[in-house]
Design a protein around this ligand. Structure first.
Ligand SMILES: Nc1ncnc2c1ncn2[C@@H]1O[C@H](COP(=O)(O)OP(=O)(O)O)[C@@H](O)[C@H]1O
Ligand SMILES: [Mg+2]
Length: 248
């Protein structure tokens, strides 16, 4: 049976120009850090931006933002609160600090529910912080939203890039556009990932240095935007703004 909520979703997202999923085959590579900083950077440049955390088992963006005591407003659905200039939505509003162990089908349901009820405003960008891997979240988003662009995060490690390759193969199969690959936590000048990215026919968007000061900037967005990570993401944001939707 067709889920009636699905037809509501495209209407809910109709005021959004570009939807960008920050994704990786692996956890711990910096997806949440990149997604949050990218969203903040775009907002600071004057764009209207939303941030949507759909890593339901380990949501992190609220911690990076230092988002406390905010709740969506009920008004023919849920209106996301504005946090540091971002329309911000996360399952965290509903589960708080409690663990939210969800089975596959429940994850899909929670995602569909949030997409169905959230009243996004008119946005230039909606940045989505993805869970790791090539599982349900990607398949659901592609099915439910379709016009999504992927920004892929890897570390310099070939272990991370191996999972990126799998993700890219899946996205190619699904004919989803990929903006490019960001190499995060760079500590040397090795060019391995640049080469591997080229071999996949993808754009290498740049490297973000490993910056120990990031830890101290968690929860303090002004500080975060001033770290080496924040500065580098400003350049990456320019490429994201210019990126044409390009199918792999
Ligand atoms: N460039 C960086 N330099 C230093 N620490 C980083 C950097 N990028 C991310 N981190 C830290 O690495 C950890 C994992 O990042 P996170 O964004 O939570 O990854 P993911 O969302 O992919 O699981 C966090 O503690 C984060 O603060
Ligand atoms: Mg994360």
């Amino acid at each position: 049976m067709v889920d009636p909520r699905i037809s509501v979703i495209s209407h809910r997202l109709s005021g959004i120009s570009r939807i960008i999923a920050v994704s990786s085959g692996k956890g711990g590579v910096g997806k949440s850090m990149v997604a949050t900083t990218l969203a903040l950077t775009l907002a600071k440049s004057g764009y209207r931006v939303g941030l949507f955390d759909i890593d339901f088992t380990s949501p992190s963006t609220h911690i990076i933002l230092g988002a406390q005591n905010v709740q969506p407003k009920e008004e023919k659905g849920l209106v996301p609160p504005t946090v540091h200039g971002l329309e911000y939505m996360s399952l965290i509003y509903f589960v708080g600090d409690n663990p939210a162990p969800l089975r596959g089908a429940d994850v899909s349901n929670a995602l569909i529910e949030l997409l169905t009820v959230t009243q996004w405003g008119t946005l230039d960008f909606l940045v989505i912080d993805m869970p790791p891997g090539i599982g349900d979240a990607i398949l659901d988003l592609v099915r439910l939203i379709k016009r999504i662009e992927f920004l892929i995060v890897t570390t310099p490690s070939l272990l991370a890039f191996e999972t990126v390759k799998k993700q890219v193969a899946l996205l190619c199969e699904l004919k989803m556009p990929i903006i490019g690959v960001v190499e995060n936590m760079k500590m040397d000048k090795a060019k391995g990932i640049t080469g591997e990215t080229g071999k996949l026919g993808l754009v290498y968007l740049g490297e973000i240095p490993f910056d120990p000061q990031v830890e101290d900037a968690i929860g303090d967005v002004a500080k975060l935007l001033n770290t080496a990570v924040g500065k580098k993401i400003r350049q990456i944001a320019d490429s994201v703004i210019l990126a044409k939707k390009r199918a792999p």
